[in-house]
Write a protein that binds this ligand. Structure first.
Ligand code: ZN
Length: 295
């Protein structure tokens, strides 16, 4: 469940140590250096040149740590230039429960839309991957933690349904730390069943669904569409799981194995099929599409 807390990013939250969760965020200003020129890597703590990080699809030039990449950045990294055609971009979230925590949900939505340039935490449409046409969706953890409300669920469901009708391979890149969006209550929770049912129909029609898990993929997103791929890829060192480690420990009172919610652990235990570096993702997806006889 989303806690309703926007992702860390406020100036007061930045620290000098580059603790996890701070990756990709500008470091404090250095004397004589324009702000935003440097980033602190959340993996190795090194101060790295922003431009170099951007040229490497938001990965660290020193340790290859995979930092946050926006939905638009994902589209640019995976799809052929200029081939993305957005579907259902007119869908906007509403506030059916008139929900309010620290802030009114309605006001939070407007603030998040302004900050991220997105209408909600998802982008979906069609595009080409090395000249193979695909249906493509991506969730963005910057928008209320990438949580799944009715717009995310509806756009993904329509994406799957169009992929079924048009017989397209389906790619969904998940970056959702929030799971179901509590601000929309049951309207959020039912999206898990809705998207999963559409995926079952897609599968019955012989579809090929490649699910790509990125840091973080948690909660109701991990518990529904993200885990339903015919092939499941994950980026290196991504946090993937359902509840957070502290919640699990407090519930079952058992010491959990080190790093049990990382891509590497999950690969070893058969939950994912392959760890794919961001730079190789496009080629790997194209390879699977060919291998499965879809091109
Ligand atoms: Zn690094």
């Amino acid at each position: 469940m989303a806690t309703g807390k926007p992702p860390a990013g406020g100036a007061e939250k930045r620290n000098q140590e580059g603790k996890s969760g701070q990756e990709g965020k500008p470091t404090r200003e250095k004397r004589g250096v324009p702000s935003g020129l440097w980033l602190r890597c959340g993996g190795c703590g090194a101060t790295v040149f922003r431009k170099e990080v951007e040229q490497r699809l938001s990965t660290c030039p020193d340790c290859d740590f995979h930092m946050y990449l926006s939905a638009a950045g994902r589209i640019a990294a995976v799809l052929d230039d200029g081939t993305f055609e957005e579907w259902d971009g007119n869908l906007s979230p509403t506030d059916p429960l008139e929900f309010e925590d620290k802030k009114k949900y309605r006001e939070r939505l407007i603030a998040e839309q302004k900050r991220t340039g997105l209408r909600d935490a998802v982008m979906s449409g069609s595009g080409m991957i090395r000249a193979r046409r695909v249906a493509f969706g991506v969730t963005d953890s910057a928008f209320i933690m990438g949580s799944m409300g009715s717009v995310v669920g509806e756009r993904l469901t329509r994406l799957v349904e169009r992929a079924t009708e048009q017989k397209l391979p389906l790619i969904i890149v998940s970056g959702s730390g929030g799971g179901a969006r509590m601000h929309e209550g049951i309207f959020s929770l039912m999206q898990m069943a809705k998207v999963s049912a559409a995926l079952a129909r897609y599968s019955e029609a012989g579809g090929l669904f490649i699910s790509v898990l990125t840091n973080p993929t948690m909660g109701g997103v991990a518990a529904s569409f993200a885990s339903l791929g015919n092939v499941i890829f994950a980026e290196p060192k991504a946090l993937i799981g359902f509840a957070g480690p502290r919640t699990i420990k407090a519930t079952i009172r058992i010491e959990l194995p080190e790093g049990f919610q990382t891509s590497e652990f999950l690969l070893e235990h058969g939950y994912i099929d392959r760890i794919v570096r961001r730079a190789e993702l496009k080629s790997e997806i194209a390879r699977v599409i060919d291998y499965c006889g879809w091109s």
